[in-house]
Design a protein around this ligand. Sequence first.
Ligand SMILES: CC(C)CCC[C@@H](C)[C@H]1CC[C@H]2[C@@H]3[C@@H](O)C=C4C[C@@H](O)CC[C@]4(C)[C@H]3CC[C@]12C
Length: 427
Amino acid sequence: MAAALTGSAKSTWASFLKSIASFNGDLASMTAPPFILSKTSLVEYSAYWTEHPKLFVAPAKEADPEKRALLVLKWFLSTLKQQYSSRSEKLGSEKKPLNPFLGELFLGHWDDEEAGRTELISEQVSHHPPVTAYSIFNEKHGVKLQGYNGQKAGFASMTINVKQVGVARLRLEKWDEEYLITLPALHIEGLVYGSPFVELEKSTIIQSSTGFFAKIEYAGKGWVGGKSNSVTAELYDNKNGKLLYTISGQWTKELVVKQGKTEIERFEHGDKNPTTALSIKPIEEQDPLESRRAWAKVGAAIDKGDYEETGIEKSKIENAQRDLRKKEKEEGTTWERRYFSAVDQVEAIDALVDRAGKFMKGVLGLTPLCMDEPAKTNGVWVFDTKKYDDVISGRKAEEVKRAGEIVLEATEHATGTAEAQPLVDRE
Ligand SMILES: CC(C)CCC[C@@H](C)[C@H]1CC[C@H]2[C@@H]3[C@@H](O)C=C4C[C@@H](O)CC[C@]4(C)[C@H]3CC[C@]12C
């Protein structure tokens, strides 16, 4: 048990496992050992979509819609390793990310000689339930990705099961083409050994507006003869149900593309295809709502291994946010999201969900796709270009400055306590 841990960490982990085993259904009743806390906020995770900017823009250059759909599928598969296993690889195990506060931002860009500049805007648009929205765009190639996601967690047989709610949408301006991407379910394995890691499960789809559908199925080691991080993706033509390509292998390692029985390519996203580093402003130049600045003291305490200070600094931010919400309630106001707006539905999404649903039911004989209820994410979140233009033109300079001051003031006045950390944040 907890082979990777020693001393007091080992016994803390053992009591944590015991609490999982006797889990009574209330996630808030479970607390995570402090050493499993990461100093990275979940709002940063949106960056995992584009750590290979060249692959992100590659579909924009392809004139053949079928090959474009294949390039989109390849790019999507390349994001899985970053999203779901990069932290375990880097830190030795999965960690519990910081729970972003409402309005928290993560802003940056990737510069790549070939792809040009790709911008990232990630904002925590809801705290209860927690939802992150993002917009990632490359103007040079007219490639735009926007999406939003939240998580629903549960526990069974020593495993944390996570269902993702929300979707991602990729737009290729030049071809007036949209892709709807659904998000995989996952579970956390390795808890018994004190080294948690993510395994993906079930399936996701990518439906294009030009009539291509991809079904991506995930499996892990437990499956008969299965290897960890296994994936099989099939790309179909919506018109005639013809299977065009399959891609299979391990999403952490090598993937093989086949047309019929003929292998046409092998690719991987490890050392042979390194990621591009994201550039973000130095902390001193960041807005007070920017994640690394806002959580700097918590991050420093985690680095020092000072769990009491971690708890105090973390709860200061959380208490400040509680105070702000209380004040807003009293005043009948709401926190103004800087870059995103919630709507009830988006026609483009509905059309793609409908198309994918019909194809899944009619041709593949699967349960048709349907969207999660917007209530689960406090609405369908869209990138608000008017808000963005107002911010970058400076028209909203006063409001932006004031929002930062409000958060800073509230945090300065808040008191912190070295309380236990809930496993999955909920209040
Ligand atoms: C380690 C354990 C004891 C605590 C549980 C932490 C749990 C809340 C974390 C662990 C893995 C996290 C996933 C992560 O793998 C990747 C993504 C993709 C990203 O686009 C959106 C967030 C999401 C789903 C993370 C959510 C928080 C998870 C489940």
